[in-house]
Design a binder for this molecule. Structure first.
Ligand code: UDP
Length: 495
């Protein structure tokens, strides 16, 4: 297959948002641990975050990972100077602009391909044009969606059958046709591309159509999931939707070195001392703390923060609550006095938390999550039951997977897809959901089920496990393809 003198060289190109960069960096490390030369492509302002994440890995594992940067002309794309990451978008209105501006990366990306001569590209779903870029160089483009099989299938069935057009109100339930599991949703819970018709939404809908088209034209898809978790949907994706896929997840637990995480970035620099946080958890009983975090981009209005605080207090349980308030400049929330009152019982992290270290601590009994796929699979991996609180993107689909299919969580009861800024859940619903997952027989059942899936997740990445075998199969296939593409490389690179 690959010889040491000419290792397979894969370019990894993550979308510039933490939820996409974190699993892609983990994937690059994973491939590098298999002797592959991995190059991560990003923009200059995202580079330090990646360097920090891979430096520790180089020390611990002697990995062969390089970083290359290309310029992101954000001003040309209608964004403020320096807006190179979803995290840096100054207002929710500019989120669609950010997505469309990334098309400007195509030219510098192709210049880089010319110089780097990789054998294969694993590029994020949000770069549909990368399939054409790869074709120009005669090399395979693999799509990395970063979401579940379940969501990939649900989204595709929704587009194909449009069941939301057959209901008479936004709150009437409809079933997603042909999707196994009798999954029911309302129109209110759908992403805006299904329910709105303004010019911004049309642009986003166009991007999603391009994404699907590029997926069909690409060599295949890598999925951060494991077969045992969603086998019915993995089969559906491959056999009914006809997509060539490799499921290699949970990506972040292959060869995991905990010490590495204690000393390096995972997404951002944490806003709390990791050791302090873990020591605080050490003082708590097993399964006694509720962890609340809503991913890297979701934010809440002050009114919603107040409801969460009241719900937590009423539940009587310990908690760690990650609060991000990105977009609002209005009056400061009264979090300080709440925190004082809750001293010893609750910890508030303002900004970035060491999520994985927290989730895997034995004191954590439940995770209130927005159902981003990384957070969801991280909870599955460590067997922590969830309280689902979807806000935007494909998160309502993931909620269904967690609560209705896998039965490892309960919904807090969100009725409406809002995009990025949430405000709709009352304190009594928070209290009720926390108690439901932390106390009594139902909670015990959910916890047992979660632990079983956690064991399966860990087995999947062991030698001979489903994800480990898929990873080896992918590498082998790319090795064979790369022997052929060397020829086309020569032909194309000099055109
Ligand atoms: N994350 C973290 N600390 C935080 C917030 C998020 O470490 O304070 C990590 C989390 O562990 C996950 C990723 O950021 O790996 C968020 O990805 P996800 O798909 O859950 O949500 P997104 O941010 O894409 O909405």
């Amino acid at each position: 297959m690959n010889t040491q003198s000419n290792p397979l060289h894969i370019i990894f190109f993550p979308f510039m948002g933490h939820g996409h960069m974190i699993p892609t960096i983990a994937m690059a490390k994973l491939f590098a641990s298999k002797g592959i030369k991995a190059t991560i492509v990003t923009t200059p302002l995202n580079k330090p975050m990646i360097s920090n994440a891979i430096e520790q890995s180089k020390i611990h594992s002697n990995n062969n990972i390089d970083i290359q940067t290309i310029k992101f002309p954000c001003v040309e794309g209608g964004l403020p100077e320096g807006c190179e990451n979803v995290d840096a978008i100054p207002s929710p209105q500019l989120v669609p602009t950010f997505f469309t501006a990334t098309k400007l990366l195509q030219k510098p990306f192709e210049e880089l391909l010319l110089q780097q001569k990789p054998h294969c590209i694993i590029a994020d779903m949000f770069f549909p044009w990368a399939t054409d870029s790869a074709a120009k160089f005669g090399i395979p483009r693999i799509v990395f969606h970063g979401i579940s099989f379940f969501s990939l299938c649900a989204g595709q069935c929704m587009k194909q059958y449009e069941p939301h057009k057959n209901v008479s109100s936004d709150t009437e339930l409809f079933e997603i046709p042909n999707l196994p599991g009798n999954i029911k949703l309302t129109r209110l819970q759908l992403p805006s591309i299904f329910t709105k018709d303004d010019s911004i939404t049309k642009n986003i809908a166009k991007l999603f159509a391009e994404i699907r088209e590029s997926e069909v034209k690409s060599y295949g898809v890598i999925v951060n999931s494991f077969y045992e978790l969603e086998s019915v949907y993995a089969d559906y994706y491959r056999e009914v939707l006809g997509t060539k896929e490799w499921h290699i997840g949970p990506i972040s637990i292959h060869n995991r070195i905990k010490e590495e995480e204690l000393t390096s970035y995972r997404g951002n620099e944490t806003s709390i001392d990791k050791h302090y946080c873990l020591k605080w958890l050490d003082t708590k009983k097993i399964n006694s703390v509720v962890y609340l975090c809503f991913g890297s981009t979701t934010s809440f209005l002050n009114s919603q923060l107040k409801e969460i605080a009241m719900g937590l207090e009423a539940s009587g349980h310990n908690f760690i609550w990650v609060v991000k308030k990105k977009y609002e400049d209005e009056e400061k929330c009264k979090l300080e006095s709440f925190e004082k009152r809750m001293k010893g019982k609750g910890l508030i992290i303002r900004g970035w938390s060491p999520q994985r270290l927290i989730l895997e601590h034995k004191a954590i009994g439940a995770f209130v999550t927005h159902c981003g796929w990384n957070s969801t699979i991280e909870a599955v991996t460590v067997g922590v039951p969830m309280i689902t609180w979807p806000v935007g993107a494909e998160q309502f689909y993931n909620e269904k997977l967690v609560t209705d299919v896998l039965k490892i969580g309960v919904p807090v009861g969100v009725k409406k897809w809002v995009g990025v800024v949430g405000d709709s859940v009352q304190w009594s619903a928070v209290e009720k959901a926390v108690k439901r997952v932390m106390e009594g027989e139902e909670a015990e059942k959910i916890r047992k089920k979660s632990k079983v899936l956690s064991q399966m997740a860990n087995k999947a990445v062991e030698e001979g496990g489903s994800s480990s075998s898929q990873l080896n199969a992918f590498i082998e296939e790319m090795g064979l393809v790369c022997n052929h593409t060397n020829v086309s490389h020569k032909n194309n690179l000099h055109v």
